[in-house]
Design a protein around this ligand. Sequence first.
Ligand code: SAM
Length: 350
Amino acid sequence: MIKTLPDPAPITRFLRAKASSHLLVVAVHHFGLFEVLHRSPMTRSELAEILQLTERPAMVLFPALCAMGMLHVDAEEKLHLTELGTLLTATHPHNLLGYVGLEKEDPGVLELTQWLRHDGPPEAATGLSYVMDADAPSPMDDPAAARYFTLALAGRARYLAPLVAGHLPRHTGHLLDVAGGTGFYTYEWLRLNPTAQATLFDRPEVLRVAQELLSEFSNSGRDGAANVRERVTFLAGDMLTDPLPPTDLLLAASLFHDWPTATCQALAAKFAQVLRPGGELWVHDTFLDDSLDGPLAATDYSAMLFMGTKGRLYSRAEHRAWLTQAGLVTNHDTLPTGMDYGLLYARKAR
Ligand SMILES: C[S@@+](CC[C@H](N)C(=O)[O-])C[C@H]1O[C@@H](n2cnc3c(N)ncnc32)[C@H](O)[C@@H]1O
């Protein structure tokens, strides 16, 4: 049935398209970015310093403006205005500053400006979804909010999980699905691997919802679905601080994009440690291009994540750097799944 469905990517692209609009207005009218670059091309870090942006906001804003065709990156890694971008500078006789300025007081634009300046909400960690750490109470630990946010991901997981499971190795061993949410990625993989075992690791309130969804999955009548239940262990915990069980395969689906770079590095190292020799760490996510200038679907998604979590989207090269630092062996395979998502993986030496 899944194969006959259209890829829902256009829906999520339109859903997130407001991010481009808001980022453009912020850059033009609240940060003066186009005037700065009009005076002189410069590297990302030089521009971030002038605009007083830290790494995460800069890595949301600059790739987005490149993806929109307003900036480009030269061979020396300097950002320039494109010819289109110069239409947003005051000295251009045909500039559109007044027209774009009609949106500068839009509440979404003002909120994004504030978040980019603070690298997050002005009051620490309030309003963040999908993350649980020591900074503030998490909605993922509130029964109603955990149910709401987990079920919000169910449609995406139902579509993508069979595609992900089809790419993951066939195995008789153990899969650890960290921050597994609904559990659909685990259930679909176990269906294809009839003697394997899996652990779904997440917050306790999320796992309550995942157990209900497993009942639905087990009773679906699909081939191999009925005996999945007896091969899943639900393990509640905090992936940042609690020990994780040893495993042959580890799946990190839509996980790294919720966290800042330093946390991603620490998690990659922790995940690598629990892999058995020859084990594999699989990442399922949307990736920025390694050139950090698109694609637009990714830069819009990255801005939406910036406004809701502690993370952003990262490039494959950024992921591979963490995995290599963690002692794993990476490769250059790119495995698209759907909805602008893809897989990458790294192996632990035997
Ligand atoms: C964006 S969702 C991804 C869920 C699932 N992997 C998917 O792709 O549908 C992030 C998940 O991370 C979980 N999470 C956040 N902080 C966590 C923590 N400290 N320990 C364990 N899980 C955590 C959340 O409860 C949520 O289910």
